[in-house]
Design a protein around this ligand. Structure first.
Ligand code: SF4
Ligand code: SF4
Length: 448
């Protein structure tokens, strides 16, 4: 047997094995379309291998030789197209964001109330669009409840539960301070957060730029200045169930969002309480109406991921299919660094979220500057308007994002390649469309 036949044969076996794994993982992940298409490629490769094997000797040498050269060239292109990773660029002065301007906060101001009048007299530019959106039934309100009483009631129960936790977020610290070193404190906190249910945790300094300037909602007084002087931000992420997210924009999504916010609240409340028992101030920041700081930029600084085209954090493990939690504290800790994972480079080439967004709220264009940061600026009003029409928090962009694939060895390998190679990014975007579809299929969720 010639060297050409051996090299080409091994190349084909590698390809066949790769597509066998792809089909197997797709089966496990219940990805019907990817399973069908990867199986077709798998069987085609076997047939091609047999045809090559049965060919006349000279032709066989040529066919196997060409197969080897093609695979070799492909791997060489992947390896020798290193990625110059870009990260979030800060290009100007950043002002603190006023929580009163956050879109979810604005819809807590009821027409005819003093707060409503005060807010829109100061920010008249939002009044027309907000009043227009107010005409659409609110998320979890009666018209939506009637569509799916079970899941909407469950989501309402989760969000009500969160509101009841607000009194637990802060408290007095013990007088006696623990004398552990910053590195020991860091190890303990990260281990506890992992033990409590999140294995993606990072620490950053609490950059005051990302602390809201004024209270917009919640138990504190509307308009009050926020003074959050803690030194550190402990950020963590919780994976959302892919089966539930795959039903986007239907009710399972909001149930899953509520569930993860409840888990994030449980973890952050326990961790903040634990830190106070060590003698240091700490505050949990929980979803609903309790954040005093912006989670995505702090999680980015803490090395959990990068900001993506879809306007939220894309984590290193679960992509955007995650919810964030936060504790701020003065407990001495060792800070992590923000990471360059090549996600922003990937987003520059991929527009899958923009293409699939039912509200067309995600930009197709390049990043633009907003408050001193270069980013893809979401049309938040169009996005939220769609949430109210759907009666859920939509999440179509989260589901279709290639980074949202399951956290397993197969996708882990592809993520690693895209982190380092520009050609691997282009190939992965093309392959994601080919195998999962430019418009991926929705699935029935485990809870309906
Ligand atoms: S779908 Fe593509 S462009 Fe959108 S966030 Fe994900 S990787 Fe970036
Ligand atoms: S949540 Fe839905 S409407 Fe909003 S940006 Fe994502 S896909 Fe578009």
């Amino acid at each position: 047997m010639s060297i050409y036949i051996i090299a080409g044969g091994v190349s084909l076996i590698i390809l066949i094995f790769f597509f066998f794994l792809f089909a197997l993982y797709s089966l496990l992940e219940k990805e019907k379309r990817a399973l069908g298409r990867s199986s077709i490629v798998f069987f085609l490769l076997i047939i091609i291998g047999l045809i090559f094997y049965l060919a006349e000797y000279t032709l066989k040498n040529w066919l196997f030789g060409i197969t080897f050269v093609l695979l070799f060239l492909y791997l060489a292109i992947l390896l020798f197209s290193p990625l110059k990773r870009k990260s979030t660029e800060i290009v100007g002065d950043q002002k603190k964001v006023d929580e009163r301007d956050v879109i979810f906060t604005r819809f807590e101001y009821e027409e005819g109330t003093e707060t409503y009048e005060e807010y829109y007299s100061r920010r008249p530019e939002y009044k027309k669009i907000d009043d227009e959106i107010r005409k659409i039934p609110d998320i979890l309100s009666l018209p939506h409840l009637k569509k799916n009483p079970i899941l909407n009631s469950l989501a309402s129960a989760e969000f009500d539960f969160l509101e009841h936790q607000i009194t637990q977020v802060s408290g007095k610290e013990n007088k006696e301070k623990s004398q552990l070193s910053p590195s020991e404190n860091t190890r303990i906190i990260k281990e506890i957060i992992k033990y409590l249910g999140s294995d993606l945790c990072g620490i950053s300094s609490l950059d005051q730029t990302y602390v809201y300037s004024h209270v917009g909602r919640g138990p504190e007084h509307y308009g009050e200045e926020i003074n959050l002087e803690h030194k550190y931000a402990i950020a963590f992420a919780l994976e959302m169930d892919l089966g539930m997210v795959a039903a986007a924009p239907k009710e399972p999504v909001i149930v899953e969002t509520g569930k993860k916010y409840v888990e994030a609240a449980r973890i952050s409340i326990i961790v903040a309480d634990f830190i106070r028992r060590l003698g240091y101030p700490a505050r949990a920041h929980i979803a609903g109406s309790n954040y005093q700081a912006m989670l995505p930029p702090l999680a980015w600084l803490a090395g959990l991921g990068e900001l993506g085209r879809l306007g939220i954090l894309i984590t290193s493990k679960y992509g955007p299919r995650a919810r964030l939690g936060l504790v701020t504290t003065d407990l001495p800790l060792v800070v992590d660094r923000s990471r360059k994972l090549g996600i922003q480079n990937f987003c520059q080439k991929c527009q899958k979220c923009a293409r699939n967004c039912p509200a067309q709220a995600i930009p197709y264009e390049e990043k633009t500057e907003e408050n001193g940061v270069m980013k893809w600026v979401l049309n938040r009003e169009e996005c939220y308007k769609f949430w109210r029409k759907a009666g859920t928090d939509c999440a179509v962009c989260i589901y279709v994002c290639p980074y949202s694939k399951s956290d397993n060895a197969f996708h882990g390998l592809i993520r690693k390649m895209t982190e380092n190679s520009s050609a691997a990014q282009s190939f992965s975007i093309w392959a994601d469309d080919l195998f999962y579809g430019r418009i991926p299929l929705r699935r029935k969720s485990p809870l309906r």
